[in-house]
Design a protein around this ligand. Structure first.
Ligand SMILES: [Zn+2]
Length: 276
């Protein structure tokens, strides 16, 4: 059983009231630490990393409003890449949540709220929805974010990219995208043709001054430059390295007490300890 399969199994058993449900991180040492991208919603604060049954030191937490990824080279994607390369993250989970306010905010509502804050329409790009990456479906947003992360040339093919959804009322986790299934070499073989496709996503914002999106510091800038029509100069890793790092199959649950998911929080979650 892979790490996130064990996490979800333990989470479901814990939500169902099984007090013995848990995870031995030592059994999954080769898959840790994990990187999670979640929304900024404060209701998630007490849920992580408890709901994953992971110790805090094995949990690298990235957050942005709506757990949105806007492209294969976006700022968030770059953070994910650095989290893997610099902090040693082994697996990525993009975890959406139920009742996300970003999903409930239409473009019209967003424009009104920004205007109330002194941000005029003229200061924003034409396609506000594309620009912010707003969405109407939490699940579709997670799927889209996984696609961007999975096809990013900045994130190696050895890193599984999972999509999950967490219920903010119960802490229950569910699969949206099983990253272990998305790793086969035939997926990777398509990367050379598609890896820079999302540069085109910037098209809708190209008239908008946004220095952040010009990739000035990137060595792959020549390939990424919108004015370059040449094929990408960066050759992706060959598919032959497209294997998962060795994953331990947990044997007997051994000595240390399991880390138990504590996903069940009462409605007044703020300052209450997890319910046992
Ligand atoms: Zn949210």
């Amino acid at each position: 059983m892979h790490l996130f399969e064990a996490i979800i199994d333990a989470n479901h058993r814990a939500v169902a009231g099984d007090n013995s449900a848990g995870l031995h991180p030592a059994d999954f040492a080769d898959a840790l630490p994990v990187i999670a991208l979640t929304c900024i919603d404060p209701r998630l604060n007490p849920l992580f990393p408890n709901a994953l049954a992971l110790p805090a030191e094995d949990f690298i937490w990235l957050r942005n409003a709506g757990n949105i990824i806007t492209g294969t080279l976006s700022s968030t994607t770059r953070s994910l890449a650095l989290a893997c390369a610099v902090k040693g993250g082994r697996e990525i989970a993009i975890i959406g949540h139920t009742d996300c306010q970003v999903a409930k905010t239409t473009t019209t509502m967003l424009l009104e709220k920004l205007r109330a804050l002194g941000v005029e329409r003229s200061q924003l790009p034409e396609n506000v929805s594309d620009f912010f990456g707003t969405f109407g479906s939490e699940r579709q947003n997670v799927i889209k974010a996984c696609d961007f992360a999975r096809t990013s040339p900045l994130i190696g093919p050895k890193i599984p990219v999972h999509g999950l959804m967490i219920d903010v009322a119960t802490g229950k986790l569910d699969w949206v995208v099983n990253g272990y299934e998305a790793l086969p070499a035939n997926t990777l073989a398509q990367m050379p043709a598609t890896q820079f496709a999302s540069i085109g996503d910037l098209g809708s914002c190209k008239d908008f001054e946004m220095g952040e999106m010009k990739f000035p510091e990137m060595k792959i800038g020549d390939a990424a430059s919108p004015e370059s029509s040449a094929p990408p100069a960066v050759v992706p890793p060959p598919p032959k390295i497209a294997t998962l790092p060795p994953l331990k199959i947990p044997g007997k649950m051994a000595v240390p007490p399991p880390i138990k998911p504590r996903p069940t929080f009462a409605a007044g979650y703020q300052d209450q300890p997890p319910r046992r």
